[in-house]
Design a protein around this ligand. Structure first.
Ligand code: N01
Length: 532
């Protein structure tokens, strides 16, 4: 049966955001077509199959909240779910709500052009299919466009190589092999301990040390499950109103208003809570350098206690950015891994990687013979996936050109010059600074409501006014400038991609505040948008 080439909405991407968008639009009686590059749903959790991959947000929070029945029927097995469990969950959601019939898998959107006279988006895929839609929603993910640095010689390497976010759909057995992991961000820090337990020898190539906090992961028990299920509604309410989309709160005093004993006890309590939550121990930690230094001092002591060789501990301690201004990594046994005889930390800051050879990796100081190389080298974050698609708005304006000096949006939801085009959890929204599932749900609901509003009021287009977009961009920059975040060379700023404009991309004012702004804009008749 051939599919109709005209729908109300095209959704690009069937990760957690795109799936809910499809569900929502279909429940409103709209026709929808979703294109997904992967062979199944899941987005991030479809692609990132590397050993040790887990979410750094607790599973009971990193899950859909739109249906209380779904919350009650799904049993999470661990505090921090593994990639296979999250993918199982997302597949369950796809089946439960009958979403697959709307999704064309293994298909990439290559272009999306707004046909102004017709008021239609013309969307083309790599299979040659074209479809027209009144609205186009990009749910292409913030961390989906992978980066493999252009080291010379990779094509000569006689071993196998992998990128963490393009991991094969089979088990990769490192038993007896010499493995190099390049990169010590969240992905490298999660996979290194697991690979080290298998490999004959693991070399971790570190250019920049990162802050990583043990997850303190635990299995859920029937009791813990019953407890969270009994209080889910309240937990979600708190999460939605919070800065980061989870129900945890910072200590009610600023760091330096506490006594040294009190401060230590609070840091210890937060350390035991585990992972990224450490960046929110005290309210001033990401704004005040002296407060941040206290958190760094506590962290330093912990790392020194975990790593046997003080010289290796020195190398593993970050010295170029305040704690939390790059996403804190969440690990299991990362630092202890460097106490193993079969693990070597290679400092490629002092002696950079020069090339990949037939036999391994050559740095400015030595050559390392390897059977496998794992690139844990990250992503062109937040804008990379959109930049790969030829997106054109009014007068043929390319999104790439509109964003050549950095992404510009109104509310992170729409772009001036691109009518009826929405972006889910893109730049200018809390996105990667919040629990992505709750952030995506809010976007999806706002977009669905906006489309419903247009249809109810007999209008056909919505587009941000240029002045509203300018105001939002200025506001986002102003908020970021009040924090320590701009001090780090992070992917939040595009600093990991050579030549990318240095702009702090997510909205840093917190999910709760952002939700209120979006709701108020809609209540005010979509203030700042032109509706026609
Ligand atoms: O990527 P990254 P990631 N030579 O960009 C190094 C989320 N996530 O995939 O810092 C040598 O953080 C680079 O070094 P440097 C999470 O939000 C979450 O690890 O540029 N090294 C860095 O060490 C996270 O923040 C989870 O000097 C090179 C590493 O590669 C985001 O995804 C798990 C290099 C890249 O680190 C991205 O994490 C995984 C070169 N030429 C990911 N180029 C969880 O939920 C790059 N590097 C737990």
């Amino acid at each position: 049966m051939s599919e109709p080439d005209q729908v109300d909405v095209v959704v690009v991407g069937a990760g957690a955001a795109g799936m809910y968008m499809v569900h929502k639009l279909h429940s409103m009686g709209l026709t929808v077509r979703c294109f997904e590059a992967g062979a199944d749903v899941g987005g991030t959790w479809y692609w990132n199959r590397y050993p040790g991959a887990r979410c750094d947000v607790e599973s009971i929070d990193y899950s859909y909240s739109f249906d209380p029945e779904l919350e009650q029927e799904w049993d999470w097995s661990e505090r921090y779910a593994t990639q296979p469990e999250i993918l199982r969950y997302l597949r369950h959601v796809a089946d439960r709500y009958g979403l697959r019939r709307f999704i064309i898998f293994s298909t990439r959107v290559v272009s999306a052009r707004f046909d102004e006279p017709a008021g239609q988006w013309r969307v083309r895929t790599d299979s040659g299919e074209t479809v027209s839609a009144r609205f186009c929603v990009f749910a292409t993910g913030s961390l989906s466009d992978v980066r493999v640095p252009g080291f010379p010689g990779l094509d000569e390497f006689t071993g196998s190589w992998y990128h963490t976010a393009r991991w094969p759909h089979r088990e990769v057995d490192f038993t007896g092999r010499r493995v190099g992991v390049i990169g010590t961000g969240s992905s490298g820090i999660q996979c290194a301990p697991v690979i080290a337990r298998q490999a004959a020898h693991l070399y971790v190539f570190q250019r920049t040390a990162n802050f990583s906090i043990p997850a303190q992961n635990q299995p859920h028990t029937p009791q813990s499950r019953a407890a969270y299920k009994a209080t889910y509604a309240e937990r979600r309410r708190k999460s939605r109103a919070s800065g980061g989309g989870s129900p945890h709160e910072t200590y009610p005093k600023n760091t330096l208003e506490t006594t040294p004993e009190e401060r230590r006890a609070i840091f210890e309590r937060q350390w035991q809570l585990g992972g990224v939550l450490f960046s929110k121990t005290f309210p001033d930690q990401l704004r005040d350098r002296a407060a941040n230094d206290e958190a760094v001092a506590f962290f330093t002591e912990k790392v020194r206690a975990m790593v046997g060789d003080p010289a290796i501990a020195d190398l593993l301690l970050p010295n170029d950015h305040p704690i939390g201004t790059k996403r804190i990594c969440t690990d299991t046994d990362y630092y202890q891994t460097f106490n193993r005889d079969n693990v070597t930390l290679v400092d490629v800051r002092s002696a950079p990687i020069e090339r990949i050879t037939r036999a391994g990796i050559r740095t400015a100081a030595a050559e390392y013979e390897l059977d496998d190389i794992v690139f844990a080298t990250g992503f062109d974050a937040m804008t990379g996936a959109l930049a790969k698609i030829d997106i054109r708005g009014r007068d043929g304006l390319a999104l790439r050109d509109a964003w050549s000096a950095g992404p510009r949006t109104y509310l992170g939801l729409m772009v001036a010059g691109f009518p009826n085009m929405f972006v889910v959890t893109g730049p200018g929204s809390p996105s990667v600074l919040a629990n992505m599932i709750l952030a995506a749900e809010q976007h999806v609901e706002w977009i669905a409501e906006a489309i419903g509003h247009l249809d109810r009021t007999g209008r056909s287009t919505i587009e941000p006014a240029a002045h509203a977009q300018d105001g939002w961009v200025d506001y986002c920059n102003e908020l970021a400038g009040q924090t320590l975040f701009p001090e780090a060379n992070s992917w939040y700023l595009g600093a990991n991609v050579p030549g990318k404009p240095r702009v702090f991309m997510p909205f840093i004012g917190g999910l709760g505040a952002y939700r209120e702004i979006c709701a108020e804009v809609a209540r005010d008749g979509y203030r700042g948008f032109d509706l026609k």
